[in-house]
Structures are given as C-alpha cells and as structure tokens.
Design a binder for this molecule. Structure first.
Ligand code: PEP
Length: 254
C-alpha cells in the first residue's frame, strides 16, 4: 500500500510573513487529513521558521532544490547538509531548474545521490515538452530522465517521482487522468527494470501540472497515481486543503 502524497511547491513566492500566514491558514485542516502525506516546499529562507511552526504536526517540509556538494567555494548555493533537520524531502530536476538553470540529467543524478547520502528523500521531477509529446517521444524522454536521474543508485524506496508534463505546468492545461495514469504506468515499468517489480510497486509516483481542487479527483482515481505535486494551487490555503481532502477521500474509497 503506497501512502498518498501531496506536495505543494511554492516556487519563488512568499516572504517569511506570507509563508507563515499561509501555513497558519491551513495547518489545522491539514492535520485532520493524516492518511495523506502532506509536504510543503517553501523557499529555503523560510524553512526554519516554518519548521518551528509545523513541528509536532503531521506535515512534512521539502526544499525546492539543493547543490550536490557538501560544502566549499560555491557562492550562493545550499548543500543538503545545511537543510538536513529542516526538511525531509527535496524537489530535484524540476523543469524550471532544467530550463532556466540548465540542469542536465547528470546534474540531477548528482543531486539525487547527494540528497540520499544526507538522509533526505528526493522528489525527482520528469516531464516532456509539448514538442516531444506531439512527436510521440514522451516514453523515450521519460525513460531517459528516470534512468539517468537514478543512475548508479541502488533500490531506494524513499524516492518519490513526479511526472510533470512541461506543457501542463502553470498553463491551466492539465493532462487527462487517463493520459497521466498511463504515462505513470510506464514510469513505474522503467523503475521495475532498474529496481525490480516489487520495489517499483512501492515507489510513489505523482502527477503535477495545473492540479486544482476541480481536477485532482481525475488523477487520484487512477491506481497508478499516488498523489500530486501542486504549484499555483498550493499558494491558496483553501485550494490546497481541498486537494488534500479529495485525495484522502478518493484513495480511501479505492
Ligand atoms: C509545479 O511547478 O510543479 C507545478 C505543477 O505547477 P502548477 O501546479 O502551477 O502547474
């Protein structure tokens, strides 16, 4: 049984006061939805005070990125060691990191290794562009991103994968549940090739891309989909709580 998983990626939004207000507005409601593993991913600078706020609750925190070195002359970077103790998860390989910061699969793989070595768990994002999708290359692209992202890594059941078609992120144009379910089945197959079928069946794989309270049910109903990585809608307390609430409801029914 894979525990349902919803993560909110706040991206480069909220200052400290706004972040604290956002958490305060949803913490009580999220606390009642314990069958879902709920993760908030605020900006680095807010991790410590938000950790102080959620400590003792069922809510986990995640970072949105990290550098792969432990320490040294890497001005402006943050190492896994610096955030260990402040969060459990780290989003890696998000398409915005790949696009704007030119992160390759090799860099993502180094980050996945560094995160695991520190005892944190990666949320490894993969996804195809619209062009690749229309050219029928989705399977090929995702297989490569998963294989290269997890290269030389032995079975690690703490790893979470997020399938985020780039054309669906922040566009309001989500995939359909069926499309996402089928593609996530393919990702699970790739993990089975790497780590064996039984292990692959324990890995949580999320859908991400314009998820809201209005469409989350469609994704969560799919047996292959274990939850969602939520961008825009995670910045509104009521919307995010609704996504977690519907996830709990649907998964309890299935
Ligand atoms: C994301 O950035 O991971 C994401 C899925 O964003 P949105 O929900 O806004 O499409």
């Amino acid at each position: 049984m894979r525990k349902p998983f919803i993560a909110g990626n706040w991206k480069m939004n909220t200052n400290l006061a706004e972040g604290l207000a956002l958490v305060k507005a949803m913490l009580g409601d999220l606390e009642k939805l314990k069958s879902v593993e709920t993760v908030l991913c605020p900006p680095f600078v807010s991790l410590q005070p938000i950790m102080d706020l959620v400590r003792g609750s069922s809510i986990y925190l995640g970072a949105q990125n990290v550098y792969f070195k432990e320490s040294g002359a890497y001005t402006g970077e943050v190492s896994p060691r610096m955030i260990a103790g402040l969060c459990k998860y780290v989003i890696l390989g998000h398409s915005e990191r790949r696009q704007y910061f030119l992160e390759t699969d090799a860099v993502v793989n180094a980050k996945v290794k560094a995160v695991l070595a520190t005892g944190l768990a990666p949320i490894l994002c993969v996804g195809e562009t619209l062009e690749q999708n229309e050219a029928g290359k989705t399977g090929e692209v995702l297989t490569r991103q998963v294989r290269d992202g997890l290269k030389d890594i032995a079975v690690e059941k703490s790893v979470v994968i997020a399938y985020e078609p780039i054309w669906a992120i922040g566009t309001g144009r989500a995939a359909t549940g069926a499309q996402a379910g089928q593609t996530i089945g393919l990702i699970r197959h790739t993990i089975a090739e790497l780590w064996g079928g039984e292990n692959a069946d324990e890995i949580r794989i999320l859908y991400g891309g314009s998820v809201t309270g209005s469409n989350v049910t469609e994704f969560i109903k799919e047996t292959q989909i274990d939850g969602a990585l939520v961008g825009g809608a995670s910045l509104k307390a009521a919307d995010f709580v609704e996504i977690v609430r519907l996830t709990e409801k649907i998964k309890q029914q299935s």
